[in-house]
Design a protein around this ligand. Structure first.
Ligand code: NAP
Length: 339
């Protein structure tokens, strides 16, 4: 719970995206330390329609950043536009909650995080899954030695094909499965195996006509010699899970990355002569992520010790993306996207 006693954080939306409508707006309604103070869309008429529906103020992207009554912005633009608008927002003095991934290269992520640190602003990447209590439980069991010495981590996140005009099929907007979906298992590997990860190999299935990747696999090695195998794609049936396998037990979690807030998560633990399921309470990861951001943005200004791990994690994820692109064996396919 945020113990902030001052006025609510005045949050503006940059982009009236499906995820903003489906998850962020309901979350804003649940957190009393934040207030929606405007929506910005590319087209003013659309912004006006949405603002009227939500009882707030309509703007364009640039205009909302000029408003003195907006303290922070939530950016949910196509992946290739995050860096530009997060940078614009930070330069305008706004705290930023940016959808994942923060940037498409390590260099850009580093520049943004340094800008935030210099300006004393909070910059968080909205990997909302990290804020679900199911992973806190796994980390607690791991720290207690419940699984013995970790040996392998496997994680998958795949979704069915998207509508043909979806931004994920547009290379100029930062399309592709790696940036949109692959970043989840990558971030999960960082969470459980630590930040020091080496890319040992990767594959990408690339639609040659669209120049975007539709699926891929990644092999990582951690600083403690734990191996990770990750897979992702936007041409599969839905699946979202991980498994951490240690010397004495393994734990498996289904619906790992985007569980609905009402879901009761089930951790399955398997040992030589024993299997066990732990049912956990539901958790609203979007609300938790927003609450954490608001707490940081309304607390002692951009406390470096609190913010540094979030910034470092964003830079590390972008660094892994760079490495995967460099090392991946790319398999060209035709007309498999947009189906
Ligand atoms: N954290 C999560 O659980 C989660 C889940 C899903 C998606 N996401 C992230 O959220 C972001 C938005 O994804 P989404 O699927 O909701 O929306 P999207 O289809 O990627 O579009 C986002 C918004 O970007 C704006 N936009 C600006 N330039 C555009 C252009 N040239 N073409 C199309 N749209 C443009 C549009 O808003 P206006 O017209 O209003 O300006 C649009 O609604 C992505 O970064 C994605 O990675 C996060």
């Amino acid at each position: 719970m945020n113990e902030h006693a001052g006025p609510p954080l005045r949050l503006g939306l940059i982009g009236c995206s499906p995820i903003a409508r489906r998850r962020m707006l309901p979350a804003i309604g649940l957190v009393d330390t934040v207030r929606l103070s405007g929506v910005a869309a590319r087209e003013v008429e659309r912004a006006k329609e949405i603002a009227a529906e939500l009882g707030t103020v309509a703007s364009g992207y640039e205009e909302i950043l000029e408003r003195d009554d907006v303290d922070a912005v939530y950016i949910s633009l196509p992946n290739g536009l995050h860096c530009e608008w997060a940078g614009n927002a930070l330069r305008a003095g706004k705290h930023v909650l940016c959808e994942k991934p923060l940037a498409t290269t390590r260099e850009d992520a580093l520049e943004l995080t340094e800008l935030a640190a210099r300006n004393g602003l909070v910059l968080r990447e909205n990997f909302s899954f990290e804020h679900h209590s199911q992973h806190t439980k796994v980390r607690q069991l791991l720290a207690e030695g419940r699984f013995g010495t970790p040996r392998t981590f496997t994680a998958s996140f795949c979704i069915p094909p998207l509508p043909p005009d979806d931004t994920r099929y547009n290379a100029a907007l930062g399309g592709g499965a790696l940036l949109d979906i692959g970043v989840y298992p990558l971030r999960a590997a960082q969470l459980f195996l630590g930040p020091d990860l080496t890319v040992a190999g990767a594959t990408l299935r690339v639609d040659e006509r669209l120049s975007v990747d539709l699926a891929g696999q990644v092999l990582l090695v951690s600083a403690d010699s734990v191996f990770a195998t990750l897979e992702f794609g936007i041409q599969h049936s839905y699946g979202s899970r991980y498994s951490l396998w240690g010397s004495s037990a393994s734990v498996t979690l289904d619906r790992a990355f985007t569980p609905p807030p009402s879901r009761l998560p089930v951790l399955r633990i398997d040992e030589q002569d024993h299997a066990e399921e732990i049912v956990l309470p539901p958790s609203d990861q979007f609300r938790n992520s927003l609450e954490a951001f608001v707490g940081a943005a309304t607390g002692p200004v951009a406390d470096n010790d609190v913010e540094r791990p979030w910034r470092d994690a964003a830079v590390a994820t972008a660094g892994l993306i760079d490495e995967i692109r460099k090392r991946a064996v790319c398999v060209g396919v035709r007309d498999e996207g947009e189906s």
